[in-house]
Design a binder for this molecule. Structure first.
Ligand SMILES: Nc1ncnc2c1ncn2[C@@H]1O[C@H](COP(=O)(O)OP(=O)(O)OP(=O)(O)O)[C@@H](O)[C@H]1O
Length: 249
């Protein structure tokens, strides 16, 4: 695995050059936070990386393949962009099974992924009846079960309760520990501080900062000895024996 490398990437939405020469790298085995104010092009960049949008100019590579040959790598990229895309008329289990079948992975992976995101107890619920946070979890399960080498998550805490945010952070860290290249866009600085190894800042169509989170914070990461608000709320809100992203009754 060689992650993602961008070299002078240019991409437009409509007539506007949203990305105007982005050079940056997203290494495997690490979580890179992609940040910037509203409209700076974070989602646009993720759309390019999963082959939904063609760059106008510049280039780079994904998993060692040229960016302009998405057919060589998109099957190894898992993404949740612009919110969950689900089959609302089908159950949670069916949604996961359909993705497993289309990706050619064993059906057992669907059940494992639902367990991992805390949705095993809601397998029979119709996707259209899920809350926003549960939809996010199901979407994440459909990404993870395909075992992708690159994981792209666009605002993954939208709609998640504090217990689920802690579970999400654990899953994101585990994905990187397994060697995956993980890219997270978020305005949730608590999540970014908790999960990121590195941070890239987009401004004016370019990557104006790229570096280690620890450097940005001016030293080694603070020891997790003192629980923050997320930990305290998580402990108060989690049902007894909850694991993964929380148990769904
Ligand atoms: N389908 C579209 N057609 C035209 N312009 C678009 C389209 N989608 C997004 N844009 C524009 O592209 C720019 C970048 O949008 P993008 O969603 O990539 O930003 P973002 O950094 O993810 O923003 P946010 O933090 O608000 O999610 C914005 O100016 C937006 O208005």
């Amino acid at each position: 695995m060689s992650g993602v490398v961008l070299e002078g990437l240019v991409a437009a939405r409509g007539t506007r050059r949203v990305l105007d020469g982005v050079s940056a790298s997203f290494p495997p085995g690490r979580v890179t936070g992609l940040v910037g104010t509203n409209g700076e092009g974070k989602s646009t960049l993720l759309r390019v990386l999963c082959g939904l949008l063609r760059p106008t100019a510049g280039g780079g590579s994904v998993l060692g393949h040229p960016l302009d040959a998405p057919h060589r790598y998109v099957h190894r990229v898992g993404a949740v962009i612009d919110g969950p895309a689900l089959l609302d008329g089908h159950s949670v289990r069916r949604n996961a099974e359909v993705v497993a079948a289309s990706a050619g992975v064993p059906a057992g992976r669907a059940a494992e992924a639902l367990e991992q995101v805390g949705l095993a107890g809601a397998s029979a619920v119709r996707a259209g009846r899920l809350s926003m946070g549960m939809r996010q979890r199901l979407s994440l399960a459909t990404v993870l079960l395909r075992d992708p080498d690159v994981v792209l998550l666009d605002e993954p805490t939208n709609g998640l309760d504090p217990v689920a945010v802690l579970g999400l952070a654990t899953i994101i860290r585990a994905a990187a520990a397994e060697g995956r290249c993980v890219v997270v866009t978020s305005h949730d600085v608590h999540l970014l501080e908790r999960v990121c190894d590195r941070v890239i800042v987009l401004r004016g169509g370019r990557a104006v900062h790229e570096g280690e989170l620890a450097e940005l914070l001016g030293g080694p990461p603070a020891p997790p000895a003192v629980p923050g608000l997320a930990d305290r709320l998580g402990a108060l809100m989690a049902p007894a024996g909850a694991s993964g992203m929380g148990v769904v009754a």
